[in-house]
Design a binder for this molecule. Structure first.
Ligand code: DGL
Length: 276
């Protein structure tokens, strides 16, 4: 039985990547309470099948609902691409039609109109997100005729999850995928980091993109969109508590999570381990 009492905003990712979204939300909306869940024990999700990503994401949403969240942000493109629609349409009505689950793809695509001049954009994402063609479909709805090229970057999440984002070895794979997409469509003037882990590779990505290319990270876009959503939906806003706290849940060892998450959040993190 889910509680009606207000609770924190839930933020979910397969692992550490969603922290790049959480950080921006906390900067923009510092008054709220947040509950972060990383399914680190089963990350990465990027190469997993549609059915498995859906199953894991639904388990995570249930876990956050049962801990008091009325609003959950899937701070994960792979989960947004493969599970969001099914959860919104099939599961929410049964779980609790008053609760909300939102993703990160739509707010990212909305930003393209102001940024791309050539109307040729590239999406760097996990194989699952690229295969879903979610970015192409959302872009076509909002900016018909805009040209979208997708590039799967299967090695980038493992580099981040293993704390290798700043290592010399990471350069090879950063350059490889950037070269592949820019060779395919040299008219690209905007690259979307379509995976919430990728901002952690941003210093290297910036080093290897052609000069003048816009690189869009999602954190600020999603945080601005959340602020707008809460303003337009007072019935959901009133279900979000405001104590300025943040708590972390992980499905892996808390020791590993705390060490890496503290680096990403630039503040000490103490998580709690849960099973889904
Ligand atoms: N951070 C996630 C995303 O935005 C998923 C990465 C993964 O687990 O492969 O797609």
């Amino acid at each position: 039985m889910l509680s009606f009492a207000p609770g924190p905003i839930g933020v979910f990712d397969s692992g550490y990547g969603g922290l790049t979204i959480l950080r921006e939300m906390m900067l923009r909306l510092p008054g709220y309470d947040y509950l972060y869940l990383g399914d680190n024990a089963r990350a990465p999700y990027g190469s997993r099948s549609f059915g498995i990503v859906y199953e894991f994401t639904l388990q995570a949403v249930r876990a956050l609902f049962s801990r008091g969240c009325h609003l959950v942000i899937l701070a994960c493109n792979t989960a947004s691409a493969k599970a969001l629609r099914s959860i919104q349409q099939h599961d929410l009505p049964e779980l609790d039609p008053q609760r909300r689950v939102l993703g990160v793809i739509r707010p990212t695509v909305e930003a393209l109109g102001d940024v791309s001049r050539s109307r040729h954009v590239g999406v760097l994402a996990t194989p699952g997100t690229i295969r879903s063609r979610s970015y192409e479909m959302e872009t076509e709805k909002l900016y018909s005729g805009m040209h979208v090229s997708g590039q799967a970057c299967p090695m980038w999440v493992p580099l981040v999850e293993n704390g290798e984002a700043h290592s010399d070895g990471a350069d090879y794979f950063v350059r490889k995928y950037l070269n592949e997409i820019m060779e395919r469509d040299p008219a690209i003037d905007t690259l979307i980091l379509g995976c919430t882990h990728y901002p952690l590779l941003l210093p290297k990505i910036r080093r290897y993109v052609p000069e003048g290319t816009n690189v869009l990270a999602q954190g600020e876009l999603v945080a601005a969109s959340l602020e707008d959503y809460l303003r337009r939906h007072p019935e959901i806003d009133s279900k979000c508590t405001r104590g300025g706290s943040v708590n972390y849940l992980t499905t892996e060892s808390t020791q590993n999570f705390d060490a890496l998450a503290s680096i990403f959040m630039q503040t000490p993190v103490r998580s709690t381990r849960i099973t889904l």
